[in-house]
Design a protein around this ligand. Structure first.
Ligand SMILES: C[S@@+](CC[C@H](N)C(=O)[O-])C[C@H]1O[C@@H](n2cnc3c(N)ncnc32)[C@H](O)[C@@H]1O
Length: 194
């Protein structure tokens, strides 16, 4: 069957080397970027996981009692995560899930403690719809970290993104620094504090 061509705003799997290489690991350490929000036993969703730069380290952080669901539009990205999994002897609690552009398509019972949307939101066709979908899978005391690349996304566009998230019922808790781009930490409910 013919594949639907990717929209040009979506980062193709052909560029995945840029997303998973030793230099990036130096500059964007997953433990520094997401470590503060994850504890053993957590359920985590990595939306727009790409080749799994954050998914595998997050699976280590949640440990055997937790779970990470790596979600992406492109089967080729998920294949790369799968290949990396098969190259390690460690048992990672990592599930792969292919979504469509406008629906996560996860079981509604999936409720996450932490959701990551790293360099993703500007690639989605409908940000408000995206955040509505995310909210249904975030516990009320759960956290969503959105990071957007400053080299692609303008400040005003990022503020629009934050506004869309708030309109979907998410609450801004923090604007954390040093996450590798423009960042916002949100909660699934009306709680306060990072
Ligand atoms: C720039 S890459 C970032 C990958 C990863 N988060 C990282 O930081 O390495 C964006 C990823 O989001 C995926 N993507 C784009 N639109 C999406 C959507 N609507 N739902 C899920 N994934 C999407 C792309 O296929 C691509 O793998």
């Amino acid at each position: 069957m013919e594949k639907t061509p990717l929209h040009p705003r979506v980062c193709s799997h052909r560029h995945s080397f840029a997303l998973n290489n030793p230099l990036r690991r130096l500059l964007q350490s997953p433990s520094r970027i997401v470590g503060p929000y994850i504890k053993p036993g957590d359920t985590v969703i990595d939306i727009g996981c790409g080749p799994g730069f954050f998914s595998l380290p997050m699976a280590e952080m949640v440990g055997p009692q937790g779970k990470v669901i790596a979600v992406d539009l492109q089967s080729e990205m998920l294949d790369q995560v799968s290949k990396r999994l098969s190259n390690t002897t460690a048992e990672f609690p990592l599930l792969l899930h292919q979504c469509t552009e406008d629906s996560l398509g996860l079981d509604p019972k999936v409720q996450a403690d932490f959701i990551l949307a790293y360099y993703l939101v500007h690639e989605t066709p409908d940000q408000r719809g995206f955040f509505h979908g995310v909210k249904t899978h975030l516990k009320t005391d759960g956290r969503l970290l959105v990071v957007e690349p400053s080299f692609h996304v303008g400040k005003n566009d990022f503020e629009e993104t934050v506004h869309s998230a708030e309109q979907a019922g998410l609450t801004v808790l923090d604007r954390p620094k040093k996450k590798g781009g423009m960042s916002v930490l949100l909660s699934g409910g009306r709680t306060t504090g990072p």
